[in-house]
Design a protein around this ligand. Structure first.
Ligand SMILES: *Cc1c(COP(=O)(O)O)cnc(C)c1O
Length: 382
């Protein structure tokens, strides 16, 4: 078996997660089996996994530098991590984070399962202090949708309590941009629905860890709670990851260019992208990330009405939620339930693999066509 650390990640993305050289299959196919013949080494898929899930887990595990447990969705992976906590635990979460994770954490706190503290993603000192006493630090970085980058090297190196777990939701970064386990994080969580799958055609999640004890605990959660990956989803995510490096290189190059052009546009109030030199956490990102991802958030003059009109006027960029697909998508995040605190004119753009000049032409045209709405408001928080 090839050692993933012996090759570049771009190579592992292509060669990892395949059957042994004499194993017959070049690509491990979608194995549609719940049950196996007794004596074959597996009995039941929820307990013993399938070769298709394992191919995905090996592929992502090599990229993250750990062992991976796959789940039915990103949220199933998140929930499995929270389920590892003892009753009455103390959880620290970023102020800006995916609304599903915020909702899960708030619901558990309301049930009395844990206490919840929210900290600004960029307030490194507060996270370092919290590491001494919390049971779980949940760092989503870059964060959704403000794209704040947490100082992962500093927080992961902080002195912490004997029970403190550090989990990083690395969905926006992918393992090609950051490897939190190397920095000392205990767990890395992915919504494979996004960049890993890459084609907006599946739901899948994963957790990576270097701790055999945590990996066993996560597999136990999967076995007991039953949030198992689908065969087709695991197969498609593996296939999607073969081109992750190509897709991400194209998309992040385009995102950097679009962010710079948007920043120069008179109708755009704020652009957030960690690659911009005036982004509040640009310097932190430069210290440990290999790239800045392919999401850009920007606020337009004219507030919610203008932002909605832009979404309707775009012809190439699709008005849709989610991110990380080959197709560019855009959404006014303040319109999402639970995200009403965001600037009303904030648009989150997930840059895909179309030609960047077509994307820019689409954005410039939509801004021009909606120019009469610019005076409606300044896009600031009311
Ligand atoms: C989408 C997303 C999730 C949830 O993943 P699903 O696959 O939709 O369940 C969690 N974290 C982040 C950062 C996400 O973008």
């Amino acid at each position: 078996m090839l050692d993933p650390d012996a090759v570049e990640p771009e190579t592992w993305a292509v060669v990892g997660g395949r059957a042994a050289a004499d194993g017959g299959w070049l690509n491990v196919p979608p194995v549609l089996a719940s049950t196996f013949q007794l004596g074959s080494g597996r009995a039941y898929a929820r307990e013993h996994a399938t070769p298709t899930w394992e191919a995905f887990e090996q592929l992502l595990g090599g990229l993250e530098g750990g062992e991976v447990v796959a789940f039915a969705s990103g949220m199933a992976a998140v929930a499995a991590v929270f389920d590892l906590l003892p009753a009455g635990a103390s959880v620290v979460l970023g102020e800006d984070c995916y609304q599903g994770v915020g909702g899960l954490a708030a619901a558990g706190a309301a049930q009395g399962r844990w206490r919840l503290l929210r900290l600004a993603v960029e307030d490194t000192d507060a996270w370092v202090q919290a590491a001494g006493r919390a049971d779980l630090l949940w760092l989503e970085s870059p964060s959704n949708p403000l794209l704040a980058v947490a100082d992962l090297p500093a927080v992961c190196a902080a002195e912490r309590g004997s029970r403190t777990l550090i989990a990083v939701d690395s969905t926006f970064a992918t393992p090609l941009v950051q490897r939190p386990l190397e920095l000392g994080a205990d767990l890395v969580v992915h919504s494979a629905t996004k960049y890993l799958g890459g084609h907006s055609d599946l739901l899948l999640g994963a957790v990576a860890t270097r701790s055999g004890r945590l990996a066993d605990g996560l597999r136990e959660r999967r076995r007991l709670a039953g949030a198992t990956p689908g065969a087709l989803e695991a197969y498609l995510a593996t296939r999607g990851m073969r081109t992750l490096a190509l897709r991400l290189e194209r998309a992040s190059g385009s995102a950097a260019l679009l962010a710079r052009r948007l920043a120069e546009h008179p109708d755009v109030a704020v652009v957030r992208h960690p690659g911009l030199s005036d982004h509040p956490t640009h310097a932190v990102a430069c210290r440990f990330m290999r790239g800045f991802g392919a999401v850009v958030s920007f606020d337009v003059h004219g507030g919610a009405a203008r932002a909605d009109a832009i979404c309707a006027a775009l012809e190439i960029i699709r008005h849709a939620t989610s991110l990380g697909g080959v197709e560019s998508t855009i959404e006014r995040r303040g319109a999402v339930p639970g995200q009403e605190h965001l600037p009303p004119g904030l648009l989150r753009l997930s840059v895909g693999c179309e030609h960047v000049e077509d994307l820019w032409a689409d954005l410039a045209r939509a801004l021009e066509r909606t120019a009469d709405l610019a005076a409606a408001g300044d896009g600031a928080i009311p």
